[in-house]
Design a protein around this ligand. Structure first.
Ligand SMILES: *[C@@H]1O[C@H](CO)[C@@H](O)[C@H](O)[C@H]1NC(C)=O
Ligand SMILES: *[C@@H]1O[C@H](CO)[C@@H](O)[C@H](O)[C@H]1NC(C)=O
Ligand SMILES: *[C@@H]1O[C@H](CO)[C@@H](O)[C@H](O)[C@H]1NC(C)=O
Ligand SMILES: *[C@@H]1O[C@H](CO)[C@@H](O)[C@H](O)[C@H]1NC(C)=O
Ligand SMILES: *[C@@H]1O[C@H](CO)[C@@H](O)[C@H](O)[C@H]1NC(C)=O
Ligand SMILES: *[C@@H]1O[C@H](CO)[C@@H](O)[C@H](O)[C@H]1NC(C)=O
Ligand SMILES: *[C@@H]1O[C@H](CO)[C@@H](O)[C@H](O)[C@H]1NC(C)=O
Ligand SMILES: *[C@@H]1O[C@H](CO)[C@@H](O)[C@H](O)[C@H]1NC(C)=O
Ligand SMILES: *[C@@H]1O[C@H](CO)[C@@H](O)[C@H](O)[C@H]1NC(C)=O
Ligand SMILES: *[C@@H]1O[C@H](CO)[C@@H](O)[C@H](O)[C@H]1NC(C)=O
Ligand SMILES: *[C@@H]1O[C@H](CO)[C@@H](O)[C@H](O)[C@H]1NC(C)=O
Ligand SMILES: *[C@@H]1O[C@H](CO)[C@@H](O)[C@H](O)[C@H]1NC(C)=O
Length: 475
């Protein structure tokens, strides 16, 4: 296994600045942040904000509720060797060829919400422009309720880069428990810049309230805090959190009923030099009984979480990784029912792409290999059969194909800022959108300095300058 130092060297540019993995070396013992998953706690900082409002349940073809819980930075074998994870796999369907998309964390979270990681190769502040769509657009088009619970996030819709609060484990001082880079939807302006959407990103005091009120949404994304998700700790710590938090909920119909699928996965492997296979389990009352304590060796990726949801509810698609027929296999127990045909790639196949690559993948979130945002593939047909969703004001003439001969640009060498690394400046400190001037401290080391107004004018001086912002600009 690579040491953390070696791992940093595999990254480029400002990623080397990331010192946080060093925290993992600090031994911490699990302490419950609250009395139970049903209890609010001052350790969570944020207040409970009433009960989330969900519309009537929209029946899916296989399940009516899909809950994803993401853990951090763990190789398949490490999770598989944990007694608690073994215990869980006896209750579920273990995917033995499920892969993350790249390294480090943030691009994987972006991918599971938006169907692409847009070349991002760091954990820096990112804000993806408003006409780039996500799974939320597809769900809302069919009135399927959704929410996200982010442990230790201070208040609903918080847009900051991270949050530091009372260190309830050591009982003294403060600790950074919450990070934006693990909150997939807040990174997309199409969610976080729309008040009704932003406020559906809630904290764990809200979770306690919502589960007590039987108000868990149909699509739910859950991120435990930096200790409970394994980021700063290890698999034994995560196991104790599972026993404290998840195990009681598995036996509670308000969370896990006979139409619920719960997907446990890891954002990426810890080791960069192996292909990115992560331990992933489907469990829940909605899993066909005969599949419990079995394995499925179909090749899946984080994009499968999009295509499976699309197939289940007959949704449209994003026309990105979710419709890429190499990487979008639908979980077989769903594909079998909806009639979607997977590509036949299974564990051990040489057709499984390497997704442990990082750094030099071109895209709009990569300052050293910059290309503009492209429109989705409007002719793609996803597993849900519906149309490709197009964000408002999207210029559909800038496509992957139209940029095929365009060389990526090194913005850093040009002395230019990445346009999408600046905090757009909105937040919801009391449930209402307020604007504040972005400051260096509200952005990452890689994205500090410029105001959002100035960012819009930064156009690199090279051949494609005229179209750099074209695909997305709504000005
Ligand atoms: C906060 O966490 C500590 C450590 O587990 C615990 O002793 C305390 O009871 C928690 N506070 C609340 C309000 O649950
Ligand atoms: C194993 O699973 C059962 C059922 O959910 C649970 O009661 C028990 O605490 C689990 N044991 C461990 C070690 O996770
Ligand atoms: C799961 O399957 C294994 C064999 O693969 C068996 O030994 C074990 O008892 C099973 N566990 C449950 C809970 O069915
Ligand atoms: C699923 O749960 C509902 C509500 O508790 C119940 O009415 C229904 O019979 C259950 N279905 C199955 C197949 O167990
Ligand atoms: C990715 O994984 C492959 C297969 O294990 C390995 O050969 C390769 O060196 C890895 N790439 C990187 C950049 O670590
Ligand atoms: C689909 O994914 C494969 C594997 O990563 C990649 O090689 C291919 O270029 C992708 N196709 C499109 C159209 O993006
Ligand atoms: C899906 O159907 C195939 C072909 O009938 C079968 O081999 C496979 O076991 C099924 N998979 C699941 C997960 O139901
Ligand atoms: C981009 O430019 C910076 C600054 O000149 C340089 O350090 C870096 O190596 C370049 N990256 C690539 C991929 O050429
Ligand atoms: C956020 O939305 C407001 C309108 O509600 C708009 O004026 C502003 O430009 C948007 N910000 C970004 C970064 O898109
Ligand atoms: C929320 O805060 C803003 C800015 O401080 C203020 O203008 C607004 O009145 C507040 N709204 C409520 C409901 O407190
Ligand atoms: C609480 O949620 C409601 C409904 O989403 C919203 O209108 C209100 O602004 C929120 N208040 C806070 C403090 O987040
Ligand atoms: C939190 O944000 C501050 C300010 O940008 C930064 O200096 C610090 O490294 C961040 N900590 C973590 C754990 O992300």
């Amino acid at each position: 296994m690579l040491s953390y130092a070696t791992r940093s060297l595999t990254l480029i540019g400002s990623a080397v600045v990331l010192a946080s993995p060093a925290i993992a070396a600090t031994a911490q013992s699990f302490q419950p942040p609250a009395l139970s998953p049903y209890s609010t706690s001052t350790n969570y900082t944020g207040k409970t904000n009433n009960t989330i409002q969900n519309g009537p349940v929209v029946p899916g073809k296989v399940f009516d509720r899909f809950i994803q819980i993401w853990f951090e930075n763990t190789d398949f074998e490490t999770a598989a060797s944990s007694p608690t994870f073994q215990n869980l796999s006896a209750q579920g369907l273990l995917f033995t060829a499920y892969y993350a998309m790249t390294h480090p964390s943030e691009p994987n979270y972006i991918a599971v919400a938006g169907g692409d990681f847009f070349g991002n190769a760091v954990d820096d502040f990112r804000a993806i422009p408003q006409n780039i769509s996500t799974i939320v657009d597809l769900l809302e088009a069919k009135n399927i309720s959704w929410s996200s619970y982010q442990e230790s996030m201070p208040y609903d819709g918080y847009t900051g880069y991270n949050y530091t609060s009372y260190d309830y484990i050591s009982g003294s001082g403060d600790y950074t428990y919450y990070v934006r880079k693990h909150n997939p939807l807040v990174i997309f302006d199409s969610v976080s810049n729309v008040t009704d959407r932003a406020l559906r990103i809630r904290n764990f005091n809200d979770f306690a309230n919502d589960v007590n009120a039987s108000a868990i949404s149909q699509w739910t994304f859950i991120t435990p805090n930096l200790v409970n998700d394994g980021h700063d700790t290890n698999i034994n710590f995560v196991s104790q959190w599972i026993q404290y938090w998840l195990n009681p909920l598995l036996n509670d119909e308000r969370f896990n009923n006979n139409r619920t699928i719960i997907l446990l996965t890891f954002d990426e492997t810890e080791t960069y030099s192996i292909n990115n296979q992560v331990w992933t389990l489907a469990l829940g009352g909605g899993l066909p009984a005969e599949l419990r304590n079995t394995t499925d060796d179909t090749y899946y990726t984080h994009y499968s979480c999009l295509s499976t949801v699309e197939a289940n509810w007959g949704l449209g698609s994003l026309g990105r990784g979710d419709t890429n027929q190499t990487m979008n296999n639908v979980f077989s127990f769903v594909a079998n029912v909806t009639g979607w045909k997977n590509n036949g790639i299974t564990a051990g196949s040489s057709a499984i792409p390497l997704t442990n690559l990082t750094g030099d993948i071109p895209g709009p979130l990569n300052p050293e290999y910059y290309l503009p945002f492209t429109a989705p593939d409007t002719s793609a047909v996803g597993a849900g059969g519906g149309p490709v969703f197009l964000g408002p004001g999207l210029n559909t003439s800038i496509t992957v194909a139209s940029l095929a001969d365009t060389a990526p640009v090194n913005l850093t060498a040009e002395g230019q800022q990445l346009p999408w690394a600046t905090n757009p400046g909105y937040d919801y400190p009391n449930g209402t959108k307020v604007y504040t001037s972005p400051t260096a401290s509200s952005t990452s080391p890689g994205g500090s300095g410029s105001s959002s107004g100035a960012t819009m004018l930064l156009i690199p001086s090279f051949a494609i300058a005229g179209i750099v912002m074209g695909a997305v600009l709504v000005l």
